[in-house]
Design a protein around this ligand. Structure first.
Ligand SMILES: [Mn+2]
Length: 416
């Protein structure tokens, strides 16, 4: 059943939860890349043919290569699923990809996603990376990041592994040399970009192939999670989701979404609630120390705090402590529902750059994050007075930096 008129396929009619819609969209229709198709959807994915062709040219040139796909240290569903889709595309060009990340998979949904779909992913910490023979790789690929949130990139750069491809939707993080760059800051999800490449014919999904179904499910999850469950989705995201709906496994997605929060995450959310202060409709909460592995509790707390009445933006931060690597850093997340607030600009303005000129953080539409290494001040928290003092210094400084933007009038915090 293909709907024949444009009016019957308006935005309201596209409800991915209903089987009717799935049926409507599940009919095979001509390739969507040529701008029109038999099902009456005239507004097609905004992937220009040139982009798809340019990517094909670069992939063609690298036949037989081995590449590393680098994810941010704390990969989210958008990054995970997009990297997988990219890997499947690259395989068609005889390029072997390994997807790697250096940090932690800490959100319960991400762990469930990886386990339940068998998403091919390896954790390499910096030591692992340094112990590998990196000359085996002819290039690396950055998906859903530009290397600024990825500890592995500098190691690969030192080993002279070039960046071959960048596909991302975060604001530009400075100059990055690569053979192929596709950065679309107005696109809500990298999963949307990858889905458009699939639709353009770089890989034809087949619902009888288990791996394709699982990858489509992962992409649907990535797309939903970067668009606030499609509530901030734009036309191109809906079109991408409509395409994925032909292949994805709704039950599997539901299982991923049902994964429950750990007690540690609940505790961090509780601390965030208790410690929050509100200034000009912005909610700020420091949560103190937390385990590195529970780091994802911070964005989850920010997601929760931004739901309070009269709050348009929430910033939550804490000191994440990694006992294995004696690493300590301040990590923070910003969530906003205010369309006119640019999280990337806000975070860059609030926290500035390190001595090497790298920003402590950045963002995309409606969300952002930051990481401030604690260097010399790391560790020795067994002395609780010292730990308390350290937290209080960082807490005060972060608040001051945030309040300078939020409430320029009284931004200095009195310490007495
Ligand atoms: Mn993303």
């Amino acid at each position: 059943m293909i709907s024949s008129s444009l009016t019957s396929v308006d935005a309201d009619a596209i409800d991915f939860a209903t089987t009717e819609t799935k049926l409507q969209l599940s009919d095979p229709s001509p390739r969507l890349s040529n701008g029109s198709s038999a099902n009456g959807l005239s507004a097609q994915p905004k992937l220009s043919d040139q982009r798809g062709e340019a990517l094909v040219r670069v992939l063609d040139k690298h036949r037989g290569d081995r590449h590393l796909v680098l994810l941010q240290d704390f990969p989210d569903p958008d990054a995970l699923s997009s990297a997988w889709a990219y890997k499947l595309i690259a395989e068609r060009f005889d390029i072997q990809c390994e997807i790697v990340y250096a940090g932690t998979l800490s959100h319960q949904e991400n762990i469930a996603l990886v386990k339940l779909t068998g998403l091919p992913l390896q954790r390499w910490n910096c030591q692992t990376a340094k112990s590998k023979d990196l000359s085996a790789y002819q290039g690396c690929v950055l998906i859903d990041n530009q290397g600024t949130t990825c500890q592995l990139l500098p190691i690969l750069q030192q080993a002279n592994v070039p960046v071959t491809i960048v596909i991302d939707h975060h604001s530009s993080q400075g100059d990055l040399q690569a053979e192929f760059v596709d950065i679309r800051i107005n696109t809500r999800a990298t999963a949307t970009i990858l889905t458009q490449y699939l639709q353009a014919g770089l890989l034809t999904l087949d619902s009888s192939v288990g791996e394709h179904v699982k990858c489509a499910t992962a992409l649907m999850h990535g797309l939903r999670s970067d668009t606030n469950r499609l509530m901030q989705a734009q036309e191109e995201d809906f079109l991408a989701a409509a395409y994925l709906s032909r292949f994805y496994d709704a039950q599997l997605l539901n299982t991923v979404l049902m994964s429950s929060r750990s007690k540690q995450v609940m505790d961090v959310i509780e601390r965030a609630l208790k410690n929050r202060s509100i200034h000009n409709n912005v909610c700020i909460a420091g949560v103190g120390f937390l385990r590195y592995d529970d780091r994802d509790a911070i964005p989850q707390a920010a997601d929760f705090l931004v739901t309070e009445e009269n709050i348009h933006t929430a910033v939550v931060y804490g000191i994440a402590h990694d006992e294995d690597e004696e690493l300590e850093l301040v990590v923070g997340s910003l969530r906003t529902t205010k369309i006119t607030l640019d999280p990337d600009e806000f975070i860059k303005e609030a926290f500035g750059q390190d001595t090497q000129g790298r920003f402590f953080g950045g963002g995309r539409s409606l969300a952002g994050g930051f990481e401030i290494p604690m260097g010399f001040l790391s560790g020795l928290n067994e002395n609780s007075e010292y730990a308390k003092l350290k937290w209080s210094v960082f807490d005060t400084q972060i608040k001051q930096k945030l309040l300078r933007l939020i409430n320029p009038e009284g931004s200095m915090i009195r310490t007495n």
